[in-house]
Design a protein around this ligand. Structure first.
Ligand code: HEC
Ligand code: HEC
Length: 286
């Protein structure tokens, strides 16, 4: 009976640590912040239901193609990466995957006023604020058409890596995957006032929920950070994080279940030892 009690105590203590203390310590290390908001409630709703992709293509050619490519529609960049980086501080992203990355609401708000939508901090970029001009004068109707055009040429299947490359690689590298930012480091430093970290091992350092909160709204976790809010949809953000996981922590699933497997194994071992002990003492008794 004594043995059973001892076993019970061990099991209870181990479970209490595993279930109670670890999450508590975790919640203390990572401060609680407001939940991730994929609706971008701080931005205005779009007033237009326009979706004329053909007119959108013309609008794109006239207003956007001087800086942005759309490889999925054979619209290639007009400048070499090093030239656009030195002109704008960062190589403007290819927009083939835009309608996957951004909701219509975020996209329209962004094109009307990039500084506002990305919550770009004035103190980093100085007078230029955001290197893309505001297209407020285009209005919701025309920008909705541009969105419809980009949707009409969006690739059917976007890999995790492609999502990262559309949303992050202009500033961040993933050197473990030999995936390097096209923006030269000196330009990046001049633009952001700091060098964005390589993200190869970020998943290990920060964990998934921090990354979701941070990417959705960087200033929530890093007061006054230079990183703009990229404004991703949930499905795009999931893909980006899946890529960080693939490269930075390929064994994550194994490890996440290790704790519970270890406890089960220890309990099993104790039971076997206990039964064995009873058996031996029974034999000795006879
Ligand atoms: C003068 C160059 C220039 C023009 C013209 C321009 N952009 Fe940009 N755009 C940029 C740069 C540079 C960035 C990246 C800035 C950064 O990441 O800090 C950008 C970023 C973007 C992004 C990514 C937004 C995000 O949240 O990360 C989208 C979408 C975009 N532009 C759409 C457009 C559309 C649509 C037009 C035309 C109406 C347009 N741009 C015209 C330079 C330009
Ligand atoms: C326009 C440039 C730019 C883009 C685009 C960008 N970042 Fe960043 N990012 C930065 C900068 C600059 C920092 C450093 C911030 C600081 O030190 O304040 C940073 C920091 C980070 C960090 C570190 C956070 C921390 O707590 O230390 C993570 C994680 C991150 N970025 C992820 C991403 C992901 C994922 C994407 C794409 C969805 C992305 N970033 C897009 C510029 C960018």
């Amino acid at each position: 009976m004594k043995d059973l009690k001892a076993l019970a105590v061990v099991v209870v203590v181990v479970l209490a640590i595993y279930i109670g203390v670890e999450p508590y310590a975790h919640s203390q290390l990572h401060k609680k912040v407001a939940p991730v908001d994929y609706e971008f409630k701080d931005l205005k709703e779009v007033s237009s239901i326009n979706s004329d992709a053909i007119s959108g293509k013309t609008l794109f050619a006239n207003n956007c193609s001087s800086c942005h490519s759309v490889i999925s529609d054979n619209i290639n960049p007009l400048m070499e990466d090093k030239d656009s980086a030195s002109a704008y501080g960062v190589v403007p992203p290819d927009l083939s995957n835009s309608s996957f990355l951004y909701s219509k609401k975020f996209f329209v708000s962004f094109v009307k006023n990039p500084t506002l939508a990305t919550q770009t901090q004035h103190k980093f970029v100085g007078d230029k604020i955001y290197p893309m001009p505001s297209f407020d004068w285009l209005g919701d109707d025309k920008i909705s058409n541009i969105y419809a055009y980009l949707k009409s040429v969006e690739p059917k299947d976007i890999s995790n890596k492609e999502a990262f490359n559309s949303a992050c690689v202009r500033c961040h590298s993933m050197k473990y995957d030999k995936n390097f930012s096209p923006t030269p480091t000196p330009d990046m430093h001049k633009y952001m006032g700091t060098i964005p970290p390589d993200l190869s091992t970020m998943i290990l350092a920060k964990g998934k929920s921090y990354l979701h909160e941070f990417i959705n709204e960087p200033s929530k976790h890093l007061e006054g950070t230079a990183m703009p809010r990229v404004g991703l949809t949930k499905k795009a953000e999931d893909k980006v994080i899946a890529y960080l996981e693939e490269i930075g922590d390929p064994n994550i699933e194994d490890r996440e279940t290790l704790g519970i497997r270890f406890i089960l194994w220890a309990v099993l071992l104790s039971v076997v030892a206990w039964i064995w002990k009873i058996k031996i003492w029974k034999d000795v008794g006879h």
